[in-house]
Design a protein. Structure first.
Length: 311
């Protein structure tokens, strides 16, 4: 059974990926575990109240574990009360439960990637983009765009980036005086730092550099070095680096600076809408028609209604 098929009051005995785990103490000083369980359909939170020392060897992020328990509702969200957990050997694991695919094939994404690179008319800027993408090619094609919130699957980063490029291309025609070369280039490179920030396969964890520096600053450094190497005009280099640094839009969302050019503003809005719609789509996929989603962290913890399909 997949996470998306769980309902209140169910007995559970199935394989789950341990996405995260934290220890907490009750008011009586007893230790319990808060666990995030995951499969390709989504995540569900769980608690193990009767913590034992041996749990530290089984309930570990990255492990696929056989979980026994029962579902219940806590603060309007479904969760699992874990009564037992068992380690699994590799030949016992049903990997089909965990290998989530992008909605777009890698072949199609690579074709679109080459198309958008081809739109960049400035030869030096094009060389900067191709240099960076060549150096980080393997991770750029395979990395997720996020750990949990959106595009959290293999080549999710590329899926997110191409989706943004399609919106960006429209904006270059819709609005006057948009520097198309800068907007497309920055869109292709805006999340390049995530190739270093995140690592893993089934479970994506932050690297040391990812935690201490973050993908925005990492990306700016990568782009700066490529611009200097290729001799990009200093003003164009600054404009491009500004777009990388400001693409989260607000200081509170991690951008060191806010967008101060038209292209930077457009990039931040494109990133915002694509990531938020992806987060909403992910939640709606596991929501029955005519019901509300669970609270979506990326959308101010709001719940969204999924209308019933017309007959």
């Amino acid at each position: 059974m997949l996470v998306s098929e769980l309902e209140n009051g169910m007995k559970v005995k199935d394989q789950f990926l341990i996405n995260s785990v934290t220890k907490n103490n009750t008011n009586n000083g007893l230790t319990y575990l808060n666990v995030e369980l995951k499969d390709k359909s989504g995540t569900v939170y769980a608690k193990k109240w009767d913590y034992k020392d041996e749990d530290d060897d089984v309930i570990v992020p990255g492990n696929i574990v056989l979980i026994e328990g029962e579902t219940n509702i806590y603060r309007n969200n479904l969760q699992i009360k874990i009564t037992a957990s068992y380690p699994l050997k590799e030949d016992e694991i049903d990997f089909t439960k965990f290998n989530k695919d992008s909605p777009v094939s890698l072949e199609e994404l690579e074709t679109k990637l080459n198309y958008f690179i081809g739109l960049i008319k400035d030869k030096t800027l094009s060389k900067v983009v191709t240099d960076v993408l060549s150096e980080y090619n393997d991770k750029y094609l395979s990395a997720p765009a996020g750990r949990n919130i959106h595009h959290d699957y293999p080549h999710g980063l590329l899926t997110h980036t191409i989706s943004m490029c399609e919106i960006a291309e429209f904006f270059t025609h819709h609005y006057d005086d948009v520097d198309a070369d800068l907007l497309i280039s920055a869109t292709l490179l805006h999340d390049i730092g995530k190739t270093i920030e995140l690592d893993g396969s089934l479970v994506y964890n932050y690297t040391l550099e990812g935690k201490l520096i973050g993908h925005i600053s990492i990306g700016q450094r990568i782009v700066h070095e490529a611009c200097v190497k290729e001799g990009l005009d200093e003003v164009r280099r600054i404009l491009l680096e500004h777009m990388i640094l400001s693409h989260h839009g607000e200081l509170e969302f991690g951008s060191p600076v806010t967008p101060l050019t038209k292209e930077a503003l457009l990039l931040s809005q494109i990133d915002l809408i694509d990531s938020k719609v992806a987060a909403l789509t992910k939640a709606l996929e596991v929501t029955p028609d005519g019901d509300f989603t669970q609270k979506i962290f990326a959308l101010d913890n709001r719940t969204f209604y999924k209308p019933k399909k017309k007959e």
